[in-house]
Design a protein. Sequence first.
Length: 115
Amino acid sequence: MIIKLKSPQAILLDAAGVIDSRGWVQGEMESNGGAVCVIGALNVATYGYSERPEYAERRNDHQVDRATQCLRLVIELDSGNSLPEWNDRYDRKKLDVVDALRKAAKSAPRTPVRA
């Protein structure tokens, strides 16, 4: 399978769409029903799976890493906290996650970035 190179902006917007369509979950990458956390949504948007593939399909690693950096800036996450912790916070809502992904997309590169 040939994996198309995606821009960080496209990954963030697609991740928001994944959560809108499949649902959002806390405490796990993907629920039995297919709902995903923020990391799972970024992975689905990038690789088609909620977990990063082992080797062969990892052409977009740098793109999803850059998308994640943009998201961390938008939610003002410092280096001491993780995206899973942010996702799983007790008062976090699905709309918070989707809005943050869309807001991060506004400042993310519109074309694929070089490693």
